[in-house]
Design a protein around this ligand. Structure first.
Ligand code: NDP
Ligand code: 2IT
Length: 466
């Protein structure tokens, strides 16, 4: 296939055309999957100079192979509610790439889940897992099941039924799911219990397990902590730190809660939290006591963030108006930590953020920023960390959980936290170095896409050159 590569001065143009061709095929072959197209386009746009330097990626059709999941598993999940009524949901596991390790990535339970959404998340996960330095491939799964308003026993029955269907496809060396939206330690417990019931083995087939039953210290905290460590490392490149910085945080789930906790450790002042109904602005700052209250509200009572404004004086609650700008991003601040969901920062939101003084955006959620908004951040000189780099701490500690399970051991929280900080620092430095190598110093988007991609691509070449 060497004829695919034109050498000499046309190479740049050729690489660009190759990327455009593959992208057009991705769109044609995967209709109705806009988030998947968006995620692939976001990575591809960084790759032109990579293909120029390494024409074998073109010859060996690495881009085409990378965007085709190894396997998409889809199954019905039947379960019975407390009234005895039968419900049918759809479950999935998208096994994207096992080039550098067993498939690895979370499970999302949310009514918006469909195959295209999970393909976007599995694709992102492949590049992210590559950045962690640990041997993990990329996958994502979940269901359109809506846990909101469901009782404990309904959630348990759903999880058991989901695992009964997923069971044949996972295992400690095959595919190791974890949590994501709607799946936390409680759900992982029910899923793991059912796995063991079928397998008759206690192995690390899931991560995010409880500390008393094979989990790792700091896994629950890891994504939020990691995002803040990444922000700290970015600010350090400008001789700055988080002390006294006003910070916007969106979401109020696992990632948002531990982002706030680590921001407080670093002397920053988080002032917002949200859920899908609206957001709260606490200009005085969300302190440790209030955060404890939020954790109790969200983890135990499954309450709504609106209640924060009823509980604490001087707090403003703004309900969400669908289709409109998200007013959370118009609150003046120094830093922003989106931690809810994809595409939650529109181009207009980004303008408000920049106008409001934001100089750093570190993404806890996966792909929370639309492409035009990313461009605006990069052009405006905002320190912008894309999710595949900034939120990799979660899956990195999942990797450490797998390592501990294999060794039948459990490290101290101090040890895991030390390793987490080391991994984040390593990702940060690799991303910066790669951006510089490709003539885009300070561009974390190019750095993350290229560094993550190249490791996977090289593994693909080593394992099966044509
Ligand atoms: P949780 O389920 O714990 O919390 C999700 C939060 O986001 C809730 O506050 C939820 O509000 C809000 N949210 C979810 N969907 C929407 C929506 N469509 N519009 C507005 N708000 C929404 O999930 P996590 O905190 O674990 O995940 C948050 C993000 O972080 C996701 O993008 C996830 O992929 C990403 N992530 C998670 C990791 C992890 O280890 N858990 C690792 C890396 C990334 P509501 O209660 O109203 O639904
Ligand atoms: O998006 C993510 O990185 C996760 N939801 C965590 C995946 C994992 O396997 O820990």
């Amino acid at each position: 296939m060497t004829h695919l590569v034109e050498r000499g001065p046309t190479t740049d143009r050729f690489a660009g055309r190759h990327i455009a061709d593959v992208m057009a095929r991705v769109e044609a072959k995967n209709p109705g999957e806009p988030e998947f197209h968006q995620a692939v386009r976001e990575v591809f746009r960084s790759l032109e100079p990579v293909l120029v330097r390494q024409p074998r990626y073109v010859e060996q059709r690495i881009l085409e192979r990378l965007v085709e999941p190894d396997r998409v598993i889809s199954f019905g999940v039947n379960w019975v509610d407390d009234q005895g009524e039968i419900h049918v949901n759809r479950g999935y596991r998208v096994q994207m790439s096992s080039s550098i390790g067993p498939y690895k990535g979370g499970l999302r339970f949310h009514p918006s889940v469909n195959q295209g959404l999970l393909k976007f998340l599995a694709f992102e996960q492949t590049i992210k897992d590559s950045l962690t330095t640990l041997p993990m491939g990329g996958a994502k799964g979940g269901s359109d099941f809506d846990p909101k308003g469901r009782t404990e026993s309904e959630i348990r029955r759903f999880c058991q039924s989901f695992m009964t269907e997923l069971y044949p496809y996972i295992g400690e060396f095959t595919d190791v799911p974890a949590g994501d939206i709607g799946v936390g330690e409680r759900e992982i417990g029910y899923l793991f219990g059912q796995y063991k019931r079928i397998a008759k083995r206690f192995v690390g087939s899931l991560t995010g397990k409880g500390i008393k039953w094979g989990g790792s210290a700091i896994r629950q905290e890891a994504t939020g902590y990691g995002v803040v460590y990444f922000a700290r490392d970015m600010l350090a490149t400008r001789g700055d730190d988080l002390e006294g910085k006003t910070c916007l945080v969106s979401g109020s789930g696992n990632v948002a809660q531990f982002t706030v906790k680590k921001l407080l450790d670093m002397g920053a002042c988080p002032v917002t939290l949200s859920d899908s109904d609206g957001f709260v602005h606490d200009a005085g700052g969300i302190d440790r006591e209030k955060l404890e209250w939020v954790m109790e509200l969200k983890q135990n009572r499954r309450g709504r963030i609106r209640e924060y404004a009823d509980r604490f004086p001087g707090v403003i609650y703004v309900p969400r108006a669908p289709g409109a700008d998200n007013p959370l991003w118009s609150v003046p601040a120094d830093c922003a930590f989106p931690g809810a969901t994809q595409n939650e920062i529109s181009a207009r939101d980004a303008k408000h953020l920049v106008a409001g003084g934001v100089g750093l955006v570190a993404e806890g959620a996966n792909m929370p920023t639309v492409p035009e908004a990313v461009d605006l951040f990069v052009e405006s000189g905002v320190l912008y960390a894309p999710s595949k780099a900034a939120n990799a701490g979660g899956v990195a500690v999942s990797g450490l959980e797998m390592a501990q399970n294999m060794q039948l051991t459990q490290w101290t929280p101090q040890e895991v936290d030390r390793r987490l900080q080391e991994i984040i620092q390593h990702i940060h430095d690799t991303v910066c170095r790669t951006a510089e190598e490709y003539g885009r110093p300070g561009d974390y988007v190019t750095g993350a896409n290229v560094a993550g991609f190249v490791k996977v691509a090289d593994a693909m070449l080593d394992e099966s050159p044509i």
